[in-house]
Design a protein around this ligand. Structure first.
Ligand SMILES: C[S@@+](CC[C@H](N)C(=O)[O-])C[C@H]1O[C@@H](n2cnc3c(N)ncnc32)[C@H](O)[C@@H]1O
Length: 242
């Protein structure tokens, strides 16, 4: 990890990046978006490797970042259809960061974050491969200072992050701190069980508009903050700081 700028860690190249997660081999994919084609390098057959090697048996999360999920592809498509030229964009739980790459391709200034260092290495590598400028930073929602330091953001993105109940309290506390006024949060979700309750909780601080996507199981939820009142219902961060 050679250098850091403005508190954001800049990650090195991909070789070896997947190794700490135990994944072996890489493959190449391409995704065609309204802003152009994005070429992706990513760990090979990540889900098969996760199942075959019984990843996560010790309570650690399997490297779900290593797979290009349908929610990420659909969110990237929605991002590529928006006018984001000059916008400041943050992605949470970015994995391979396809929505971030689409935003960068559309002229946005983008910070892609995840708690998994392997995800950030692939995101940074794929940005370089596609000639796109992308900042990356390690950010766990329970210690989200790189995300908060840049707030308010014009747009906050997160694809397929509502799959575990664990961690969603931290996300619930974080999201309202990231946008103001016309800023929006776009969450894409593949009908994961925790999503409905999570989105209902978000209605405390935001208006949620939901639309379908080209993928039959993936929905896009656009959240815009209510006007801040004297009784702002933003919950405390899970680590106790506010
Ligand atoms: C199912 S993957 C989705 C990856 C990517 N967004 C996509 O759609 O292809 C979930 C991602 O959320 C990240 N994640 C899960 N819990 C997190 C947390 N507490 N803080 C930060 N990232 C988290 C994981 O590391 C992983 O990259």
């Amino acid at each position: 990890m050679p250098s850091a700028a403005r508190g954001f860690t800049l990650y090195g190249d991909v070789p070896g990046a997947a190794a700490p997660s135990g994944l072996v081999g890489v493959s190449h994919s391409a995704v065609d978006l309204p802003t152009g084609r994005i070429e992706l390098v990513h760990p090979r057959d990540a889900l098969e490797q996760i199942y075959e090697q019984n990843f996560g048996w010790g309570g650690t999360e399997p490297p779900y970042w290593a797979q290009p999920w349908p929610s990420g592809i659909e969110l990237a498509d929605a991002v590529a259809r928006a006018d984001l030229s000059g916008a400041r964009v943050l992605e949470l739980g970015c994995g391979l960061a396809l929505p971030s790459l689409a935003a960068a391709q559309g002229g946005a200034r983008v910070l892609a974050t995840d708690r998994a260092p392997g995800a950030l290495a692939f995101a940074a590598h794929n940005a370089r491969r596609n000639g796109l400028r992308l900042e990356v930073a390690q950010c766990d929602w329970s210690d989200p200072w790189s995300a908060i330091a840049g707030a308010p953001w014009d747009l906050v993105l997160a694809a397929d992050v509502l799959y575990l109940h664990d961690g969603l309290d931290a996300l619930d506390a974080l999201l309202p701190r990231l946008v103001l006024g016309s800023g929006e949060v776009w969450l894409s979700d593949q009908g994961r069980p925790p999503a409905r309750d999570f989105l209902a909780r978000c209605e405390r601080w935001s208006t949620v508009s939901t639309t379908g996507t080209d993928h039959p199981e993936v929905s896009l939820h656009r959240l815009r903050r209510h006007a801040v009142t004297t009784c702002d219902p933003v919950p405390a961060l899970v680590n106790g700081r506010s």
